[in-house]
Write a protein of this length. Structure first.
Length: 159
């Protein structure tokens, strides 16, 4: 008993009314949408906003602390650089004294008034003074490079 279910003139051929309702429901389209919004969520939103504000204040405070530390280190490095430059000036003035002492000791050695050990001592003193000057120049260079790196970090944090 194969009955055709083709609609004719807007009416489905059914044996009873219940079958007609079931057929209409199965052929129709259903569309639905849902929206849910909690008016009261236990003040979670307020706590999240408050937490975000606290996190922002903490990060600002940490940034300020970092800038202050970098600035203090830069000032310390600048003072160290100034001290090293002053030491270099004094050592360069002292090297003149060591050179004069070496020249005098060398003349006395040629005249036979001092031994070769005295000449070696004067020569060692002069060489040690020159080494100290070179070490100070290297320290000044390192200090100035470190100061420039700190300046770069400070500029980078301000941007």
């Amino acid at each position: 008993m194969a009955e055709s279910r083709q609609p004719t003139n807007g009416y489905f051929n059914q044996e009873n009314d219940l079958q007609q309702l079931a057929e209409i429901e199965t052929l129709g389209y259903t569309v639905g949408i849902g929206l849910r919004y909690n008016l009261f969520n236990g003040d979670r939103t307020g706590r999240r906003i408050q937490g975000a504000r606290l996190n922002q204040e903490i990060s600002q405070f940490q940034k300020q602390q970092s800038e202050d530390r970098l600035l203090a280190e830069a000032v310390k490095q600048q003072n160290n650089l100034t001290l090293l430059q002053d030491q270099l000036k004094r050592k360069e003035e002292n090297i003149k004294t060591f050179k004069e002492s070496y020249v005098r000791t060398e003349e006395r050695f040629y005249n036979g008034k001092v031994t070769s050990l005295d000449l070696r001592d004067a020569q060692n003193a002069l060489l040690n003074a020159e080494i100290m000057i070179n070490n100070l120049k290297a320290d000044i260079m390192r200090s100035s490079l470190h100061l420039e790196a700190l300046k770069g970090k400070l500029i980078g944090q301000n941007n």
